[in-house]
Design a binder for this molecule. Structure first.
Ligand code: G
Ligand code: G
Ligand code: MN
Length: 406
């Protein structure tokens, strides 16, 4: 489906004036098969005419009778397989909420347009129709693995650490890495943590998993030190790890055995579910802090990584979640949350890391706002340790050639 003249478009809006306007705009950019509809019920009838069903629907949100939100749900019930663009005069946050909802429904949403619609914005969104790899909702785990198989993987050493660089925004220098575990599955290939961390947490395997990751990260830190690379190494710690009171002693003993300074290690904590009894996590984190380990509050602003945690737990680093970093420069809401998080960290004397730096605009935004560390695909993807020195060379030359330091 590459030619615009082959694409059946349906415009749904209760205003006949808007329908005429949008139809003309679509015709101007090459769409010849454009139908219009004043009611959601009428649009659903078009979808039910299977062979003539539209490939793309431009949908208004605010309509009498059935509104656009209800229409989105009906689209799923009517097994609509095409794409959707949301169009509304509502404020951008309402439009964004509707877009999120549509994605959660599994609908292929090309984006949202604010009224009055600018022709170039419409053109930009529809150009994704023929582009490969257009946005799809993030799928939940495809395969899930049973606890027995995961147990075996842990014991057999099938888990490997990948490392994602963290660089200083001011100097571009590599400061540290985050360890991100992968399962090198002999049959299925590379399995990502979303598909097994939850299983480990639910079946009492997370302590052993974290220990394997930590020991691997420490060995790697030692190897880098021996090669003259003094890097901070972060490890993700599940809140469930903070239920075993011997955790700090284990961490301290392993760190000492690897001849790594505690201050070189960072433990990133996310609270994925609410903890009832805070005594154990508080004891554990406070002891780790006293031993000079770095403690980072991960995914800040999401889930239960909240203000309450900031108040109670002795964190010395705040990682701004990627959803408040990527696109911050261009989105008022995202920017407000990013600014607030950064300000909070500063007032509390915490280090700041922004994750999810995906493009040059994100990078420039961090430079303008003075976040200390940056992590994300724009800088480097998670990689096996052996690739780090190659990446460092490439990054250094990019810093020069792309003038990343201004
Ligand atoms: O790269 P990525 O797909 O690796 O990681 C997905 C999620 O899995 C992230 O939320 C990350 O924090 C988590 N994760 C990655 N490695 C580990 C780990 O070793 N332990 C825990 N508890 N979570 C991890
Ligand atoms: O531990 P945490 O939940 O912060 O895990 C980081 C997750 O984000 C990992 O899954 C990692 O692979 C992923 N990630 C790292 N850099 C980027 C990025 O620039 N964009 C996006 N979307 N994800 C990233
Ligand atoms: Mn993390």
């Amino acid at each position: 489906m590459t030619e615009r003249s082959d694409i059946r478009v349906l415009v749904l809006d209760d205003e006949p004036f808007i329908l005429r306007l949008m139809a003309r705009m679509l015709a101007n950019i090459g769409f010849t098969q454009v139908a219009t509809c004043e009611t959601a019920a009428g649009a659903l009838a078009c979808i039910d005419a299977r062979e003539a069903a539209p490939h793309l629907i431009l949908c208004d949100l605010n309509m009498p009778e059935m509104d656009g939100i209800e229409f989105l749900r009906k689209l799923v019930e009517h097994r609509y397989e095409g794409s959707v663009i949301l169009v509304s005069g509502e404020d951008v946050r309402a439009l964004h909420a509707a877009e999120t909802l549509a994605l959660a429904h599994g609908i292929s949403v090309l984006g949202a347009l604010h009224k009055p619609v600018a022709p170039q914005d419409l053109n930009r969104l529809v150009s994704q129709l023929s582009a490969p790899g257009r946005r799809r909702p993030r799928q939940a785990a495809g395969t899930t693995y049973g606890p027995e198989r995961l147990r075996e993987a842990i014991d057999k050493g099938e888990l490997v650490n990948y490392y994602q660089p963290q660089v200083a925004v001011a100097s571009g220098e590599l400061v540290g890495v985050e360890s991100l575990v992968r399962w090198n599955h002999p049959v299925d290939g590379m399995v990502f943590p979303d598909q097994f961390i939850g299983v480990a947490e639910d079946h009492g395997l997370i302590d052993d998993l974290t220990r394997v990751v930590l020991v691997g990260a420490l060995a790697q830190a030692r190897e880098w030190l021996a090669g003259g690379l003094d890097l901070k190494v972060a490890v993700n710690v599940s809140m469930q790890n903070l239920a075993s009171l011997d955790f700090p002693d284990f961490v301290a003993a392993q760190t000492q055995a690897a001849a790594v300074a505690p201050s070189q290690m960072v433990l990133e904590v996310t609270e994925s579910r609410l903890m009832q009894d805070l005594r154990a996590p508080l004891e554990i984190l406070t002891r780790l802090r006293l031993k000079r380990f770095g403690l980072s509050i991960d995914d800040f602003g999401t889930g239960h990584s909240s203000l309450t945690q900031l108040r109670n737990m002795p964190f010395d680093e705040l990682k701004i979640d990627q959803s408040f970093v990527h696109g911050a420069a261009a989105d008022d809401t995202v920017r407000a949350i990013y600014d607030a998080s950064l300000g909070l960290a500063r007032q509390l004397g915490m280090q700041t890391v922004a994750e999810g730096v995906e493009d040059r605009a994100d990078w420039d935004w961090l430079r303008a706002t003075g976040c200390r560390l940056a992590q994300g695909y724009f800088i480097g993807r998670p990689m096996p340790a052996a690739q780090l020195s190659k990446w460092m060379q490439a990054w250094r030359s990019r810093v020069q050639s792309e003038q990343l330091l201004g």
